[in-house]
Design a binder for this molecule. Structure first.
Ligand SMILES: [Cu+2]
Length: 162
């Protein structure tokens, strides 16, 4: 009787993907996004928000995608007055109650060896690996080339009464 459970899982996954949120083992992932790439570019960066709603520290240890050869966890930081990027081989810790935002100019997913150019409106499916929460699948919508933040979540326009 695997079918009903799979159907349920698929429905749940659909719900999670459509809201841009995913949750497992105390870790909630939200606001995932990436940026369109120029022709011939083989690298891209991925951004998202990690919230630890559990009671134990966890760690984002890695990520992978079928859309590219590999994904690393990177950090940008100032070295004197030069912005430098380095890999974080141990990943990023998320303490209980803490929110870690992967964003331009900070920690990010570095996607190497893209198999196709990323175009606005497309999506990239990425599997995140956590030390305790295990694997969480997220879908990164592709924003425009100059984007610095995820697209705003579509909400109902405010109701106006006259
Ligand atoms: Cu990087």
């Amino acid at each position: 009787m695997a079918f009903p459970m799979n159907a349920f899982r698929a429905a749940m996954l659909g719900l999670c993907l459509s809201s841009g949120q995913a949750y497992a083992g105390g870790i909630e992932v939200s606001a995932p996004w990436t940026r369109a790439t120029a022709p011939g570019a083989s690298v891209a960066a991925g951004y998202l928000v990690l919230m630890n709603k559990g009671t134990e520290a966890d760690r984002l240890t890695g990520a992978s995608t079928a859309a590219a050869q590999k994904v690393e966890i990177h950090e940008m930081r100032m070295d004197g007055d030069i912005m430098k990027m380095r890999a974080l081989p141990d990943g990023v810790e998320i303490r209980p109650g803490e929110t870690v935002t992967l964003k331009p100019g900070g920690v990010h997913l570095m996607i190497f060896g893209l198999k196709q150019r990323l175009l606005p409106g497309e999506t990239v499916a990425v599997t995140l690996s956590f030390a305790k929460a295990g694997q969480i699948d997220v879908v990164l919508p592709v924003q425009g080339v100059g984007a610095m933040a995820p697209a705003p979540v579509e909400t109902e326009p405010p109701k106006v009464s006259y």
